[in-house]
Design a protein around this ligand. Structure first.
Ligand code: FAD
Length: 465
C-alpha cells in the first residue's frame, strides 16, 4: 500500500484481518493518517483542518470503528456558524435561526429567485458548469452570496471555469428543494437519524487512523513511515523503490495498491507512460492549503466548533476550535484556533512565514467581527500539498486518460481520494479500501468486474460538509 491515510491503512487492515495476504504500508511522511491525521499543540489534539466523521458512514465500517475505538468515538452535536452579509447563521441551518437572523434582503432575494424558478422553464442555456448548475438549482442570491465566492476561495477558480460535476458531487444541497429538506431535517420529529450530529474522537480525528494502523499491525501489517516511494518498476513481482531515512531500498510485491495522487503515480511508474498520459497528469490540478494554528491564552474562544467565511475579503475559508469538537475543557488556560487558507503550491500564501500567516489570520478574524483579545502564545503552521481536487471544465477527459492507463497496469490498483481524484470524505476512502479487499480472493486473484461495479458505486458519493 502506498500512503498511510484512511484508504491505505484501511486496506492493509482488512487485507491482513481477512488473511488474504501480507501488507507493507509505505508512507512518505513521519506520521499516520494523511490529511486525516492529528498533532498536538499546547497539549490539545488538533486536526489538519476541520474533520468530522459523518453519520453517512457505511454501517458495517462504522460498527468496525465502534469496536476499535470504544468510548473514544464521541457522538457530538454540530454547532457551527456561517457568515452571511455580516450576520452569523447557524450551520447546519435551523428554521428558527434563519427566521431570526437571516438578513431580510437575503431572504427577499431567495424568495424572488424561487418565484423566478417557478415560472422559468428550468432550461440551462450554454455549456454546463459549476456556475450554471448551481444558478439553475439555487438561484442568484444563494450563489452570489455563498457558493460562488466560497468556490473562488476554495478552488481558486471562477465558478464558470469549474465543471458541473463539481457542483453535483460537492454540493449536497444543490437545489432549493434539497435546501428546504435540509433545513426541515433540523425540526424535531422530521429529523432523520444522524442529522445535525457527527462522530469525533477523544484524541483528535487522527485517532481513527492511529487505531486502524494499530489493528493492522496486530494482524501482521508492516507500516513504514518516512518511506517515500519514488519509482515502481511494474513486473512480476513489482520492484518498489523507496527512499527511507536517507537510504534507498527496493521492495518486491505482487500487488501495488496506490492511494497517492494519480498524476504522481503516472510519473513514478516504469515503463514510463506515453506523452498523452503525461500531459493528462499535468492537467489534473489540486488545491493546496496552509493551516494556521493560533494558541490563545484563554480557555475558549467561542462555543462554536466551526465558522465558515464565504466572503472574498476574508482570507480564511473556515475556522475551527479543536477543543470544542470533543467538548474538551483541559488545558483550562489556553485554546487553539485552526484557520484554513486554500492556496496554490509555491504561491505567496504557501511560502509566507509563520509570523505573516499569524498576522493574516488575526486580520481575517478582526474583519469578521471575531477579534482576538488575549495574548497569542504561539503560531504554528502546517501545509497540505493536496487538499482539494480542482474539477476544471473538461478535467474528466484527463482523468479518464490516466484511469485508462492505470487500468492497463497488471496488479496495480489506484484508489482513495487522491488515487481517484475524488472529493471524497474519510468514510468514502474507507469504503474504497474495504471494496478493494473484497475484490481480492485468498488465492491472490483480483475480481476486476466486481471492482468496476464498485467504481460505479463510488461515483454516487456525495461529499458531506
Ligand atoms: C481541509 C480538509 C477538511 C476535511 N474535512 C473532512 C471531514 O470533515 N470529514 C471527512 O470525512 N473528510 C474530510 N476531509 C477529507 C479527508 O481528509 C479525506 O477523505 C481523506 O484524507 C482521504 O484519505 P486517503 O487515504 O484517500 O488520502 P490521504 O489522506 O491524502 O492519504 C494519502 C497518503 O499518501 C501519502 N503519500 C503521497 N505520496 C507518497 C509517496 N510517494 N510515497 C509514500 N506515501 C505517499 C501522503 O503523505 C498521505 O499520507 C477533509 C479534507 C481536507 C483537506
Amino acid at each position: 500500500m502506498i500512503g498511510a491515510g484512511p484508504a491505505g491503512l484501511g486496506a492493509a487492515w482488512q487485507l491482513c484481518r481477512q488473511q488474504k495476504g501480507d501488507a507493507i504500508v509505505l508512507e512518505k511522511l513521519g506520521q499516520l493518517g494523511g490529511n486525516t491525521g492529528s498533532m498536538e499543540i499546547a497539549g490539545i489534539p488538533v486536526d489538519f483542518g476541520s474533520h468530522r466523521l459523518h453519520p453517512a458512514c457505511d454501517t458495517h465500517i462504522l460498527n468496525d470503528l465502534r469496536k476499535l475505538l470504544g468510548d473514544d468515538l464521541l457522538d457530538r452535536p454540530r454547532h457551527g456558524r456561517i457568515r452571511l452579509r455580516g450576520r452569523w447563521i447557524h450551520f447546519p441551518l435551523k428554521p428558527i435561526d434563519l427566521v431570526m437572523r437571516l438578513p431580510w434582503s437575503f431572504g427577499f432575494g431567495v424568495a424572488c429567485d424561487s418565484l423566478k424558478k417557478f415560472f422559468s422553464s428550468g432550461h440551462v442555456q450554454g455549456a454546463e458548469s459549476f456556475a450554471t448548475v448551481l444558478h439553475a438549482g439555487l438561484g442568484h442570491t444563494i450563489c452570489e452570496d455563498f457558493y460562488f465566492p466560497y468556490a473562488r476561495k476554495i478552488w481558486g477558480e471562477e465558478p464558470e471555469a469549474l465543471s458541473a460535476i463539481q457542483a453535483r458531487r460537492r454540493v449536497s444541497a444543490g437545489s432549493l428543494g434539497k435546501m428546504v429538506r435540509k433545513v426541515l431535517s433540523a425540526v424535531p420529529g422530521l429529523k432523520p437519524p444522524g442529522a445535525g450530529r457527527f462522530y469525533y474522537l477523544r484524541k483528535g480525528f487522527g485517532q481513527i487512523c492511529d487505531s486502524i494502523a494499530q489493528a493492522a499491525k496486530d494482524e501482521g501489517a508492516d507500516i513504514r513511515l518516512n518511506a517515500s516511494v519514488n519509482k515502481i518498476e511494474v513486473g512480476r513481482p513489482h520492484q518498489i523503490h523507496v527512499r527511507k531515512d536517507k537510504a534507498d531500498v527496493i521492495i518486491e510485491a505482487d500487488y501495488v495498491w496506490s492511494t497517492i495522487p494519480l498524476g504522481i503515480l503516472s510519473k513514478i511508474v516504469s515503463p514510463t507512460p506515453d506523452e498523452t498520459v503525461r500531459k493528462a497528469a499535468d492537467s489534473l490540478q489540486s488545491r493546496a492549503m496552509v493551516l494556521v494554528y493560533l494558541v490563545l491564552e484563554q480557555s475558549q474562544f467561542t462555543p462554536f466548533d466551526a465558522h465558515y467565511f464565504p466572503e472574498a475579503h476574508i482570507k480564511l475559508t473556515r475556522l475551527s476550535e479543536p477543543k470544542n469538537y470533543s467538548a474538551r475543557s483541559e488545558p483550562s488556560d489556553c485554546t487553539v484556533l485552526c484557520g484554513e487558507v486554500p492556496c496554490r503550491l509555491g504561491d505567496e500564501v504557501w511560502s509566507a512565514t509563520d509570523d505573516n500567516l499569524g498576522d493574516m489570520m488575526r486580520d481575517a478574524l478582526d474583519r469578521s467581527g471575531l477579534p482576538v483579545r488575549c495574548r497569542v502564545r504561539q503560531v504554528v503552521t502546517r501545509r497540505l500539498p493536496h487538499a482539494y481536487p480542482i474539477y476544471l471544465s473538461g478535467y474528466e477527459n484527463h482523468f479518464q486518460t490516466l484511469d485508462d492507463w492505470s487500468s492497463t497496469l497488471e496488479h496495480v490498483l489506484t484508489f482513495g481520494r487522491q488515487g481517484l481524484f475524488a472529493h471524497d470524505n474519510t468514510h468514502h476512502a474507507l469504503a474504497m479500501a474495504y471494496a478493494a479487499v473484497d475484490c481480492l480472493s485468498s488465492d491472490g486473484a483480483f475480481d476486476k468486474t466486481r471492482w468496476a461495479s464498485y467504481r460505479e458505486a463510488f461515483r454516487s458519493h456525495v461529499v458531506e460538509d
